[in-house]
Design a protein around this ligand. Sequence first.
Ligand SMILES: [Zn+2]
Length: 222
Amino acid sequence: MAWSGLRGRPQDLPWAPLELGQPVGLFTGRKLVALGEQPVRCSALLTQAGVRYAAMPPRRPAQAQCGYESAVRLERGGARQIALAPATVAVSCPVAAALAMWEWDVVAPAAQRHFGARVSRIDHLGSYACRRLYGRSSGGWSEHATANALDVAGFRLEDGRRISVLHDWHGEGARAAFLRDVRDGACRVFATVLSPDYNAAHRDHLHLDQAARGATGWRACR
Ligand SMILES: [Zn+2]
C-alpha cells in the first residue's frame, strides 16, 4: 500500500499515537501491548475515550511472578461503557484498552450484523490467577498471573438472548458466525487469542491476553 493511501488513516501509521476511539488499524495491536510499559499514558487513553474505570490497589503476593501494580476495574456509565459480568474483575490497563476497542469496533457491529441487537454484557471467567500455563507445576507463567488476560465465556444481548462459547461455537448458524467474527476481530487488538479451535482447554472460552513478546512482537491467533 502506498503511504499516500494512508493519509487520513492515522490508525494505520506505526508512529501515529494511539487513540482508543479510532478504528482498529494495522499497528493498533502493537501499540496496545506497548501500553504495558506506559501505565500513566494507558489510563489517560481510557479517560480520553470516555471509559469509566477505577484504579485497583497493587497486588503483590509472595510469589514474585504474580501480582500487578496498575490494574483497573471497568465501571458502569460513561460515554462508552464496556459491561463485563461479573463487573468486579480487575484487568491490566492494556487488556482494558483492548476490550474497549474490541467492544466498539468488533463486538457491537458483529452483534448488529448477526442479530440486529446490542450486546448488554460480556460474560467472563476471570482474569487474575497466580498460576503457570495450563495450571502446570513448572514452565512459563500465564498472563493471568499478572491480570494481563481475560477469559470470555459468552455474550448477552439486550433482548435477553445469550451466546455461549461452549454451546454455540460449533454450528452453522448466526451464533457460531458471530463467535468466529469476534474471535477474528480480537486478534487485531490482543497479542494472544485462543479459542475452541486451539484445544479442548479452550472449549468454553476465548482467552485474550496482551503478552509482550519483545521486538518480534509475534501474535497468536487460534
Ligand atoms: Zn485464559
